[in-house]
Design a protein around this ligand. Sequence first.
Ligand code: FES
Ligand code: MG
Length: 577
Amino acid sequence: MSQPKRSPEELRSHRWYGVKDLRSFGHRSRTAQMGYTRDDYAGKPVIAIVNTWSDINPCHTHFKQRVEEVKRGVWQAGGFPVELPASTLSEPFQKPTAMLYRNMLAMETEELLRAYPADGVVLMGGCDKTTPALIMGAISANLPAIFVPAGPMLRGNWQGKTLGSGSDTWKYWAELRAGNITEEDWQGVESGIARSPGHCMTMGTASTMTSVAETLGLSLTGAASIPAPDSRHAQMACSTGKRIVEMVWEDLTPKDILTETSFDNAIKVALALSGSTNSIVHIIAMARRAGFPLTLDRFDALARHTPVIANLRPAGAYLMEDFYYAGGLPALQEVMKSLLDLNQLTVTGKTLGENIAGARVFNDDVIRSLDNALSERDGIAVLRGNLAPDGAVIKPPAAEPHLLVHTGPAVVFENHQEMSERIDDPALEITENSIIVLKSAGPQGAPGMPEWGQLPIPKKLLEKGVRDMLRISDARMSGTSYGACVLHVAPESHVGGPLAFVQTGDQIELNVPERKLNLLIDEDEMARRRATWKAPEPKFSRGWGALYQSHVSQANEGCDFDFLETIPVTDITDQEP
Ligand code: FES
Ligand code: MG
């Protein structure tokens, strides 16, 4: 450990515990009530452990045990651990979408740290939205912080086949609907696809965001790739507990670590992983919290020079367990180090370059070399045109190549319910050249921008063997999904973005190499439709939904709340408790 920069009297918690006044008497007597004596905590850093464990989050099942391992590390290093349970954001269970609650957990994290005597924080998350939420809150609080990623679950297994979270759910669902597998087969998939604690083990949003967090410098080296049940995951949790105590003495905070360059590094790594399109929204939100006005154009610019080198589903063949055994994230970063700025500081107190020195690839089919990439560039593409003036996103490697330059007639659904009711109607006029369009699925319209963007292919086309079609919406798409899905159309239809004016039969033009997305109607017709358009009623008139609808920003802006991102970030260590 390096020399302490701060004395115990300079700790934020000193104001609760160390001063001689009536309030501090209350804090000490109430800590005694919990079974601690003064020497358990006096003069020690108080480490908040924000834990998103719950009985309904299968990705975080092991956090009940892992938090004990974090605490063990904190005690060993001379800190005082305090577990603070926080909203769990369980992707598989939370309706209408966990995204509706990302900003709630971000606010909760910030306010827990503000309101309680925390000197540093360990953030425990991993299931999709928990990672950005915890980090957004921690950036705004700006206390020393380390993120403990939940780690991927083990590979799925059924009838000797390897199953991947999400990806194989969609695949076998399509086969069931097409009549190619039985109900019994489908139940076999159900019991074998998720068979250990941990988050989705494809390169979905969870694996993307934990890898982003590590690249930003906010996790211990290699943490994001360790499978949840592996004993090395428990060791990482304990090491995090030890390290956060040192970081408090060093006063090393997220704002010391995060730079525009570290965000560039994180975007490049997400692209090299062929990571989830959801990460775009979250990375923008985190960057804006840190004070960097990151835009979609930066993603597109970096994508043009970043090859996809991780051979992971849904874009590739393998799963996160294979990625770990192949060397994990440090090995991938080592392979692409010529593209990264290795001088960025991390929670280890060392630079990214120092952290990954000596990392090696043990399977070069899983982690490819730069000259044997899965694709040379364009892990994502940002589209613009009269249908998406503020941008839209597509993941070209996940689409059938012939759809990347495509013009066809729109089949429009005004909302998700209408789509569910009509998509399998045998009378629906649609061919494989049609373009399926869904409205009212954006941040305000749905609300919460659910993962509806992998719009279903009509049953009658599935039966004909069609497995991909061009689809356009203002929704997001699960990171484990695939297909020619244009997502995040901004502005969204609910606020009068041009998507609102598309009608069935209109021709739409997509050209990914030229980054174009256009509705082929003339300007007069567009103006006429705009003039007669009526804004839909908001879905919520009270409560969180109403607060969300009135403050959430558009997808290209990160979907944060205006009052959270625009208030200049203040250092809470300067504020009186
Ligand atoms: Fe939790 Fe996929 S459901 S990460
Ligand atoms: Mg997901």
